[in-house]
Design a binder for this molecule. Structure first.
Ligand SMILES: Cc1cc2nc3c(=O)[nH]c(=O)nc-3n(C[C@H](O)[C@H](O)[C@H](O)COP(=O)(O)O)c2cc1C
Length: 304
């Protein structure tokens, strides 16, 4: 999750019994190896690495497969050779998909787990429609465990997808306003303040965005679309990437991290309506436990 998914966040999520994911995006195989060694040394839980968009760096995949039990892919076509490489090191592969065809392609290529993303999801949207119909269609089409993603921030939403047959859920927005998240405080506060209907899909943050070449659809808080629209073209701020200070143009796909300065409210505040369930900045472990315990209680209360 870009600036949001710090190692601290992944470790806290893994400690709580969920899968904590770090991004491999933009990291050399050497840097990724150091990051993963650090993360796995800090938790006995499950850490995964996310490979966002192609072309997938096979050397980085190998580094991750040697260290992790699960590698996760999104926004690239399922590739049997990459999946075979991961399996060769004994790790599993999950592939986030946005359609039944893509789910079939992922499983046909060897993926062990499919994540179905509905268009309710925060961040870059691959989903071709709403989560529940898409989830039902994918569950009918493939035999592997299927996770649901998009708009899940409340225990009731988690209970709903589990009752529908999902093996679990993938959650993004609900972790933005956590203590361990790398998001800027202004971004966290905006998520806490957001209610139902606060997000929208836009193409407004496509400036220099490699994912947007395929499809410029990202779900953000409406407030940042309005704020960006009101600005003239040009610089909106600066951020630090590694040791580099980078100037952010209006429409940049980078969301504000702790070190970002400038007009933060006009930057890409990726989030979904799951933000409506976020009422405070909490430890990430509490978010995991709140969702899982709440869903378990709801499901146990169902008749029959
Ligand atoms: C801030 C943010 C950043 C994201 N970055 C990534 C990413 O780097 N890789 C990825 O596979 N998905 C990314 N996603 C999408 C998630 O995988 C997932 O589909 C989405 O968060 C689910 O919807 P939700 O935000 O309503 O929980 C991101 C989502 C958000 C909100």
């Amino acid at each position: 999750m870009g600036s949001v998914s710090s190692v601290e966040l992944a470790v806290a999520v893994a400690d709580a019994g969920a899968v904590g994911t770090v991004t491999a995006l933009g990291l050399s195989p050497g840097s990724l190896a150091r990051l993963l060694d650090d993360a796995t040394a800090r938790t006995a839980g499950v850490v995964a690495a996310n490979f966002l968009t192609g072309p997938v760096d096979r050397a980085a995949v190998e580094v991750a497969a040697q260290r992790l039990r699960l590698l996760d892919f999104f926004w690239s076509d399922p590739d049997p050779a990459v999946i075979e490489l991961v399996h060769g090191h004994g790790a599993l592969v999950s592939w986030q998909v946005g359609s039944v065809e893509e789910a079939r392609a992922a499983v046909g290529s060897g993926a062990d787990v499919v994540v179905v993303q509905g268009d309710e999801a925060g961040g870059h949207v691959r989903g071709v429609g709403s989560l529940l119909p898409l989830l039902a269609a994918v569950l009918d089409a493939v035999e592997v465990p299927v996770l649901a993603a998009g708009g899940i921030g409340h225990p009731r939403a988690l209970a709903a997808v589990l009752a529908a047959g999902a093996a679990g859920a993938r959650v993004g927005t609900a972790f933005i306003a956590t203590e361990e998240s790398g998001a800027h405080r202004t971004y966290k506060d905006a998520v806490v303040a957001a209610g139902p209907g606060a997000s929208a899909v836009t193409g407004a943050f496509s400036f220099g965005c490699p994912l947007c070449v395929t499809s410029a659809r990202h779900r953000v808080l409406r407030s940042c679309i309005v704020a960006a629209h009101a600005l003239p073209e040009g610089v909106v701020g600066e951020t630090r990437i590694g040791t580099r200070q980078v100037v952010l143009q209006k429409g940049s796909p980078l969301s504000p991290a702790a070190t970002t300065t400038g007009n933060l409210g006009a930057m890409a505040l990726y989030a979904s309506d799951a933000a409506a369930a976020v009422d405070a900045i909490r430890p990430a472990g509490d978010v995991v436990r709140g969702l899982c315990d709440g869903a378990a209680t709801l499901l146990a209360a169902q008749p029959g």
